[in-house]
Write a protein that binds this ligand. Structure first.
Ligand SMILES: [Zn+2]
Length: 238
């Protein structure tokens, strides 16, 4: 099988092997083994690193899949050289790892590559790539977060805006249920900008990292309600 994939993570295995969790555009998440890859002179050693994006050739071995060849398209080395970018990129991989895929996997895959490219090669505002990726995940799973009006009563927002965690949509003060949280005007504005612009516009969208972090925490709570998975975001939230 030949497939485009991104390395999500790896675990050391016997001898110098490494088991790699790949996110494949065709197959979703798959574990496969890189043989003898932990040696200094190993031909495929770059293919074991997280973020590595390439064409992988995978064969059925005895009891596990074996990666026999990798044609690296983009290693995203830059992400390992900047700790803030590394943590932000790693958080995206954590999101992919937490999801289960059906028809969404191609769109999620393409979004991941776009988000990693902007993060690695452009000066985007801190957290903007991660926030955009997460906002688009909700949309792709059929629960778009951003709306101009209260999704319950249909009135325009005139004072406070809340996220209704029961359904993952925005609502007004009168309609908010017990499981809800207020979204400040600043966070709402970031949500709007990131929902309405594509990845290539991210370097032009500016906001403080404090506001970005506030919105990120709300999105992480929403993710827990929608997908029943708690995101840790090491280096950012923990
Ligand atoms: Zn309402």
């Amino acid at each position: 099988m030949k497939t485009k994939a991104v390395v999500l993570k790896g675990q050391n295995a016997k001898e110098k092997d490494k088991n790699i969790l790949l996110f494949s555009i065709d197959e979703g998440k798959i574990w496969a083994t890189l043989k003898g890859v932990r040696g200094e002179k190993a031909k495929l050693k770059y293919a074991k690193e997280p973020f590595c994006f390439g064409d992988f050739i995978i064969e059925e071995g005895k009891g596990s899949k074996i990666i026999t060849s990798v044609d690296i398209i983009e290693p995203f080395d830059e992400l390992a050289q900047d700790v803030d970018k590394y943590f932000e990129g790693n958080a995206m991989l954590e999101i992919v790892n937490a999801l289960s895929f059906d028809s969404e996997k191609v769109a999620i895959f393409l979004n991941l590559i776009k988000a990693l490219k902007i993060l690695a090669f452009h000066k985007a505002t801190q957290y903007s790539c991660l926030l955009k990726f997460l906002i688009d995940v909700f949309s792709l799973y059929g629960v778009s977060l951003y709306s101009q009006k209260c999704t319950s009563c249909g009135n325009v927002f005139h004072d406070h805006i809340y996220i209704n965690y029961n359904v993952g949509e925005l609502c007004c003060t009168s309609c908010r249920p017990f499981q809800s949280e207020e979204i400040g005007k600043g966070e709402y504005n970031i949500l709007k900008l990131l929902s309405q612009n594509d990845y290539n516009k991210l370097p032009t969208i500016k906001f403080s990292s404090e506001l970005g972090l506030k919105l990120l925490k709300i999105l992480v709570n929403n993710f827990s309600y929608r997908f029943d998975k708690h995101l840790k975001f090491i280096g950012i939230l923990s």
